[in-house]
Design a protein around this ligand. Sequence first.
Ligand SMILES: N[C@@H](CCC(=O)N[C@@H](CS)C(=O)NCC(=O)O)C(=O)O
Length: 236
Amino acid sequence: MLELWELGGRDDCRFSTFSWRTRLALHHKGLAFVVHPVAVSDKTAIGFSGQGKVPILKHDGRVVTDSWAIALYLEREFPDRPTLFGGEVGQTLTHVFNVWVDRELIPALIPFLMGDVLDCVSEADGAHLRRQIESAMKQSLEGLSAGREQAMTAFRRKLQPVRKALEANDFLGGAAPTYADYILFGLLQWARVVSPAKVLEDGDVIAAWFGRVLDLYDGVGRRERSRLERAKEAAA
Ligand SMILES: N[C@@H](CCC(=O)N[C@@H](CS)C(=O)NCC(=O)O)C(=O)O
């Protein structure tokens, strides 16, 4: 029995960048699992894990936290299922990629679009996220939102190594996806779900790759409605 805890917002939207990594890793392994959405400000719901963040994986009574630790756990526990890393070398290099995305790409995008998340969550969750980002960035959400166009230009530039890799391959894993694909996908999926902003330009090979990852596993990523799709539905 596998259970995953992830963030849930208004209209049941699922926007946790780290949880999307885990979700796709579970699909990659072909494992069945149950998902529990939690509010970002509700720490009692995940108190059993002894910490305050998602994703959280529970497997036969064992609790694993942190998306990277969960990926390692799945690879170790389910070695006969498709590999997430393609071996030891792949695992080490994927760890480098994981740290790069966490430390360089996430701070270059998430704070600037975080203002949009306020419309996707409850008031309590919005206040929690505002406090978190404003204290980390030492700037108001409104100030950060005002700088988003410039930030997105800088973010696209930071993606250049990925772009080079995707000019040569369909996936970061080569011909087929691996966990590295899910790491970056999680960030762009977060943006797709919470924001109407156009993060990637048309014609960017990364946009085409993102479409391919959205379609994986019967389109689990695409079935999650984007912010633009939810707005269209609300207007109809
Ligand atoms: N290093 C952790 C980061 C997890 C994380 O920051 N998760 C966010 C959601 S995307 C969270 O739970 N935030 C709740 C909070 O900070 O209060 C991982 O890779 O899982």
